[in-house]
Design a protein around this ligand. Structure first.
Ligand SMILES: [Fe+2]
Length: 272
């Protein structure tokens, strides 16, 4: 009888612990800061802080996304990079409108598309919001950021779910001017598909951190239900560039996130 009681107690404790971890993994937004060092970074951009928000999927944390916005403000961004899947078919576009207005009041905002915006025909309604608030949508193009005499190239590529006749990412990268080059591109396939792309840093997402994460293992599933997918979180090196993969904020997999909190990424660029 005492043995049965002990087993029941263990089961209840495990269930409570799992529920608490599940709630935390889906509701508590965390910030992950990466310091990335480059001898080629112009001195004028030493310390540049890029806040990356990826795979929001229309998620809302707090009234009018107050929790998420607090995280972004605390990160003191010089610029904000939205790396795709900002919205999907279940998104209330008024939530995105409110969020974009607030983000643009914090720092300049740059956006590249994800697969879901194309699949769900959301590009045009989003473009109207971008124009309203001044979000710069990088459509296989680049902008030159300047600080004193120095410049930094910030490029963005469309998701391959876009127009069939659009230029390939390597064609876009090959056309970039000389200088330190940061590329925004939604998918996490860069090292697999384009290992020699002539850029210095790529910011991407798409993998949702592997949805379920385990200690010492990493991502267990991706949103296509692939087991143990690669390149799900953190910084990877191709030999030519660094690829920073955000675990993203939202979810579309049908499984809840586990040990994989919604993530605000901060990339701090340092010279050295
Ligand atoms: Fe995606």
């Amino acid at each position: 009888m005492r043995k049965k009681h002990g087993l029941l107690k263990m089961m209840v404790t495990a269930a409570v612990l799992c529920s608490a971890l599940l709630a935390d993994s889906n509701l508590r937004v965390v910030t992950t800061e990466y310091t990335l060092r480059y001898s080629t970074l112009p001195r004028e951009f030493d310390g540049l802080r890029i806040v990356q928000l990826s795979d929001l999927h229309g998620g809302v944390w707090g009234r009018d996304n107050a929790v998420l916005l607090k995280r972004v403000r605390e990160a003191k961004p010089d610029l904000i990079a939205l790396t795709g899947d900002l919205a999907d078919k279940s998104t209330r576009l008024s939530d995105i409108d409110t969020l974009l207005a607030a983000l643009c009041a914090i720092a300049p905002v740059y956006y590249v598309s994800g697969n879901h915006e194309w699949t769900n025909r959301l590009i045009e309604p989003l473009r109207a919001m971008f124009e309203r608030y001044g979000v710069r949508y990088l459509r296989n193009e680049y902008v030159t950021l300047r600080s004193g005499e120095a410049s930094l190239i910030l490029a963005g590529v469309e998701d391959p779910n876009g127009w069939a006749d659009q230029p390939k990412p390597d064609e876009v990268a090959d056309g970039l001017p000389e200088g330190f080059r940061v590329l925004l591109g939604h998918r996490n396939y860069w090292i697999w598909n384009y290992p020699a792309l002539p850029v210095d840093l790529i910011l991407c997402g798409h993998a949702h951190g592997g949805v379920i994460r385990l200690p010492f293992v990493g991502g267990v599933l991706d949103h296509h239900l692939t087991l143990f997918p690669g390149f799900t979180s953190g910084v990877y090196h191709s030999g030519r560039y660094d690829m920073l993969v955000s675990r993203g904020l939202g979810n579309t997999s049908g499984f809840p996130r586990f040990l994989n909190n919604p993530e605000v990424v901060v990339a701090v660029l340092r010279r050295g």
